[in-house]
Design a protein around this ligand. Structure first.
Ligand code: NAD
Length: 319
């Protein structure tokens, strides 16, 4: 089997590359290293079944060339992380919409199956928690840049289903706060990475808002296993799946848990959202998946508890 992994030098993408290689696949990773890092794939330098291509997913010609001859495209390339999206909404929309349109058009031309990485962000501020795949999406106004990410991902999903209706084999995974080794230590896109980094340096852990907002955290190996299942199993065709742990935790508790596991003396400091992200910032209060559909159709069952996952992540950050 042969795969193209877009965003393959990124956090989840590089773990996905590793997992596919272990299963005997040939893998090409396409990444422009916007947030991806060569270090994430450096250990694969001598692997003859792996090739890295530095390039832009918006380059239609390149994408077409790389997709031809593949069995599956795992499309993860995106501008990710609230801060990046807010700082640079145009770049975000360009990659997150145009890039996906390119991938889908080429995959359709060549009859190659696609698995799209979408996000729990598509549910926006829906209070219908835990989220189910066919539940409502509640987004704020279009002049708040934050919602451009959710809107772009939702448009990507629409594109997938439009191509599905034209015969493309496609599935969609909505990740819920994946974390683990190789997250950006500056914490872009990962509150776990930011907290671990702050705890290990003895700095205060910066909790945005009152810390009572909840999230569910999924260890990256579980996200990757679900992604491979969604990208290869017949039962996943034409479907969207929540890929996330159903364990809900407040951000404040997460911070305290990380302080305890690192043995840090750090305190917590609370920062209003406006100070962190500017005026007009909006944040979903609770974000928890119902993963029943993924469990039923593709046997998705997270294996790594939050404590274990945090321990492994802390160990990696220490290293
Ligand atoms: P990441 O930033 O590490 O991965 C994204 C990768 O895409 C990076 O390597 C980046 O360099 C690459 N990229 C960006 N623009 C590109 C372009 N124009 N051309 C080629 N490559 C480009 O973040 P991640 O957490 O690994 O995210 C992977 C995917 O999962 C993304 O699609 C993201 O939206 C989605 N997702 C992640 C999470 C999470 O919890 N980590 C949650 C929801 C959705």
């Amino acid at each position: 089997m042969r795969a193209l992994v877009t965003g393959g030098a990124g956090f989840i993408g590089s773990h996905l590359v590793d997992a596919l290689l272990v299963r005997g696949w040939e893998v090409v990773a396409l990444d422009n290293l916007f947030t991806g890092q060569r270090a994430n794939i450096a250990h694969l330098a001598a692997e003859h079944r792996f090739r890295f291509v530095e390039g832009d997913v918006c380059d239609a010609h390149l994408v077409d060339e790389l997709i031809r001859g593949c069995d599956v495209v795992f499309h993860l390339a995106a501008v990710v992380g609230v801060k990046h999206v807010i700082d640079n909404p145009l770049a975000g929309m360009r990659t997150n919409v145009l890039g996906t349109a390119n991938v889908l058009a080429a995959a359709h031309r060549h009859g190659v199956r696609v698995c799209l990485a979408s996000s729990s962000e598509v549910y926006g501020q829906s209070e219908d928690v835990p989220f189910v795949e066919d539940g409502p999406r509640v987004l704020g106004p279009t002049w708040i840049p934050r919602w451009s990410y959710a809107t772009a991902k939702a448009l990507d999903e629409h594109l997938c289903f439009a191509y599905r209706d034209r015969g493309l084999e496609v599935s969609v995974v909505r990740y819920f706060n994946a974390y683990g080794p190789r997250t950006d230590p500056r914490g872009y896109g990962s509150v776990v990475a930011r907290f671990v980094n702050q705890a290990l340096s003895g700095e205060p852990l910066t909790v945005h808002g009152d810390g009572q907002q909840t999230r569910s955290f999924t260890y990256v190996s579980d996200s990757v296993e679900g992604t491979i299942r969604a990208g290869t199993m017949p039962a996943a065709l034409g479907e969207a799946f929540n890929l996330g742990s159903e364990e809900e935790i407040t951000i404040e508790r997460l911070a305290r848990e990380i302080i305890a596991l690192t043995g840090s003396r750090s305190a917590l400091t609370y920062m209003p959202y406006e100070a962190a992200f500017g005026a007009h910032f909006a944040e979903p209060r609770r974000r928890v998946p119902n993963a029943g559909k993924a469990r039923r159709l593709i046997g998705f069952e997270p294996q790594v508890s939050l404590q274990d996952g945090l321990r492994r992540t802390i160990e990696w950050f220490r290293g």
